[in-house]
Design a protein around this ligand. Structure first.
Ligand SMILES: [Zn+2]
Length: 182
């Protein structure tokens, strides 16, 4: 099912997401919705908070020609290399791209929809993508990663964007019981 992508200004994008604990049908449906919505918007990645679900899961479709694609749950990143700037965009800030520094290499460990451990090893676009999507799970947006001067330019462009200030949809509350770790 296609889901509405939440836009900058929606508080769900600033809320740290909860770890996934139930590897059930609802989770598989969520991942399918993320994949369908990401494809429809031609995105290279989409995190659950971007469709209003505050859980630690994202889908991605980027990398070399064939395109690496998949999903990752409860990711933990191991980054290396000196940060490199490249243009980056976000479906929650549609139509805008800004140079954003990211580590050039990333190893992302997490789980798949069956609760099995998986690992994504990426450089360049894939490394950038897993950093961008994992940031979403912590309530961090790519504009937060820019230096002060670039962020100022980006915020000006955001305020001038035609979608800025649109009404914010209600947050979907997960029916899962959420156990917080201390
Ligand atoms: Zn994004």
């Amino acid at each position: 099912m296609l889901r509405q992508v939440r836009l900058f200004g929606d508080p769900v994008l600033r809320t740290p997401a909860d770890p996934v604990r139930d590897f059930d049908l609802e989770l598989r449906n969520l991942i399918r919705d993320l994949e369908e919505t990401m494809q429809e918007k031609s995105g290279v990645g989409l995190a659950a908070p971007q469709i209003g679900v505050s859980l630690r899961v994202f889908t991605f479709h980027c990398g070399d020609e064939e395109g690496e694609h998949g999903h990752l749950i409860n990711p933990v990143l191991d980054l290396s290399g000196d940060a490199e700037e490249d243009d980056e965009g976000c479906l929650s800030l549609p139509g805008l791209q800004f140079p954003t520094p990211r580590a050039p290499r990333a190893i992302a460990k997490g789980l798949n929809m069956h609760g099995e451990p998986i690992m994504i090893e990426g450089t360049e676009l894939l490394a950038r993508c897993v950093q961008h999507e994992t940031d979403h799970l912590d309530g961090i947006l790519f504009i937060d990663r820019m230096d002060k001067k670039q962020r100022k330019l980006a915020m000006k462009a955001v305020r001038e964007a035609e979608w800025y200030g649109d009404p914010i949809p209600e947050i979907k509350v997960s029916p899962h019981s959420v156990q917080r770790i201390s």
